[in-house]
Design a protein around this ligand. Structure first.
Ligand SMILES: [Zn+2]
Length: 118
């Protein structure tokens, strides 16, 4: 999987349910036909953790924060958070597309990171 993958949701063509695109079937009606929608808006931090022993790709960071967020429409996602300071569950975050690390071959990896919406 390449790092250019866009942050998207999918909308069920049968019942209209919105969910994260990693699911193969609609969580509500089991339909497998979806329409892709670009994620938008702010989200709320549900829970987070600080990783003290990150994977090798993140060798330039001694630690980083990983959180689960929920968007206004109920779609949840897991991702890196841009800071480790002053994180609180319930705080507002926004997704930004940015470089997150260099992989082990030295290639730049981009993905969405959640940033406090101040
Ligand atoms: Zn459905």
């Amino acid at each position: 999987m390449e790092g250019e993958e866009k942050y998207q949701w999918v909308k069920c063509k049968n019942c209209g349910y919105l969910q994260y695109k990693s699911h193969l079937r609609c969580l509500k009606c089991k339909n497998s036909k979806f329409e892709r929608i670009n994620a938008s808006g702010t989200c709320k931090l549900l829970t987070f953790t600080i990783l003290k022993a990150p994977p090798a790709e993140f060798r330039n960071n001694p630690s980083y924060a990983l959180g689960v967020v929920e968007f206004e429409n109920g779609v949840k996602a897991l991702g890196q958070i841009s800071t480790q300071d002053n994180l609180k569950t319930g705080m507002e975050l926004k997704p930004i597309y940015t470089k997150i690390c260099d992989n082990l071959d030295g290639k730049e990896i981009y993905n969405y990171v959640f940033e406090p919406n101040l």
